[in-house]
Design a protein around this ligand. Structure first.
Ligand SMILES: [Zn+2]
Length: 443
């Protein structure tokens, strides 16, 4: 992540305002803070507060926000007379949620037909308009940050959505984007069409170590914060374990990951089965996406290398019936395999980050459903909340800015009516959202 690439700084906003001939006040509290000596303060009174650093919740706490950052947090804080007071005395406040695996440019693809339809019949401008709605939906549901893991054929449109959000053109979460993703020839949809037709590709096709390096450079040039690649395909069970075919040779995967790291970008590897996970970890990938076939040996490698797991449990269960009906019963088996792997990984202490694959299912489904699965599969509610806040922020190298209600971090605050430590499903009903000191949703 390049410094400040995803998060607008006061100076950049002020500079942009000057360049555009605008008053800085048109650009929100951050820019206003730059031009006036007394920055705007907002005091949020919380009936209950989960800062995610303390072991539990505290009662009657205040979050004091100055500009776009948190100035102070805690019970019994003195509220400055000039501060705007937001009364959430009947609510529980938490840090804004972070989803580290989304596809804003996809509107559900349970079957291959649904995927192909979007790439063949919808223009990239149309898909981008839909992506702006996905971004808005996510923010209103309490997701103030997302790592969007590839555009599925929509080129660099994710960079444009991110730019529009950062400039205040549209509402949306802070985005970290992966642009096009990478796979070798013949190993990613669209497939199955006549060789006489030129059909769109869901990824950037790369072959050979030099091809992989060139593609990484191109994606970074056009705005990729992360590099995403498909490490495997063709999932099957053998001897009770989930296996797959690795897509890249070791030489190609090492070149891809090495070049990304050399350019200061981290790498997310889609890896379902043992072979794909092993290949990705050998290459030095930073995060394993899905990873349903993770076994204890691979978990130990992840712990040793400091790699994160984004398990995306809900989407697997959600698409299983449809994909089984379409002739791929392996998806139903993978639900059981994933449940078992998740329990083991929690006990072992693998770093598990929240990631939903939203877009793989429709954005009208709650993006917070994954939390209930995590609790059902072995996490405490607090662990599940941390996976979607502090752990997810650490995956993004943003622990100074995001992921906790703590002085100095961005004022990304949400609130729910009940107690999510008792019922995690409360987070499917977010009632208040503040992003960077701006209130975007109120009870
Ligand atoms: Zn995905």
């Amino acid at each position: 992540m390049s410094p400040g690439a995803a998060i607008p700084t006061v100076r950049r906003l002020a500079r942009a305002a000057a360049a555009a001939g605008l008053a800085a006040s048109a650009l929100g509290p951050a820019a206003r803070a730059a031009e006036t000596p007394a920055p705007r303060q907002v005091a949020i009174r919380c009936g209950r507060l989960i800062d995610v650093k303390s072991p539990g919740a505290v009662e009657n706490a205040v979050v004091l926000v100055e500009g776009d950052r948190i100035k102070q947090v805690g019970p019994g804080l003195a509220i400055p007379a000039t501060a705007q007071v937001v009364d959430l005395g009947r609510f529980t406040c938490l840090p804004g949620l972070i989803d580290n695996h989304t596809h804003i440019l996809l509107q559900g693809d349970i079957t291959a037909a649904e995927y192909d339809e979007q790439l063949l019949k919808q223009s990239i401008p149309y898909r981008t308009i839909q992506a702006t709605m996905a971004a808005r939906t996510a923010l209103m549901n309490g997701f103030t940050t997302m790592r969007d893991l590839e555009t599925e054929g929509a080129m660099y449109a994710d960079v444009d959505v991110k730019t529009a959000i950062n400039r205040g053109v549209i509402p949306g979460p802070r985005l970290f984007v992966a642009t096009r993703a990478l796979a070798p020839t013949g190993m990613y949809p669209l497939s199955g069409y006549s060789w006489e037709l030129r059909v769109p590709e869901g990824v950037q096709i790369v072959d050979g170590a030099d091809g992989a390096r060139r593609a990484v450079r191109e994606q970074v040039k056009y705005g990729a914060d992360w590099i995403k690649y498909y490490s495997d395909r063709r999932y099957f069970m053998r001897d009770g374990a989930l296996h797959s075919w690795a897509n890249f040779t070791d030489e190609e995967a090492a070149a891809l990951v090495g070049e990304a790291h050399r350019l200061g970008r981290k790498v997310a590897a889609h890896a379902m089965g043992r072979e794909g996970i092993e290949s990705a970890l050998r290459a030095g990938a930073d995060t394993i996406e899905h990873g349903y076939g993770l076994d204890e040996e691979m978990m130990d490698v992840m712990i040793r290398q400091g790699a994160y797991w984004c398990p995306t449990i809900f989407v697997g269960a959600y698409v299983a019936e449809g994909r089984a009906a379409a002739g791929a019963p392996i998806w139903k088996t993978m639900v059981d395999v994933a449940r078992e792997a998740f329990g083991k990984a929690v006990r072992k202490g693998v770093k598990i980050s929240y990631g939903t694959d939203a877009g793989g299912y429709a954005w009208t489904e709650s993006q917070a459903r994954e939390l209930s699965y995590m609790v059902r599969y072995g996490m405490t509610p607090m662990q599940a909340i941390q996976s979607a806040t502090s752990v997810a922020a650490a995956l993004l190298d943003q622990q100074q800015n995001l992921g906790a209600l703590e002085a100095g971090r961005f004022a990304d605050v949400i609130a729910v009516a009940g107690d999510p430590l008792r019922d995690i499903a409360e987070l499917e009903r977010v009632r208040f959202v503040m992003k960077g000191g701006e209130i975007v949703k109120q009870p």
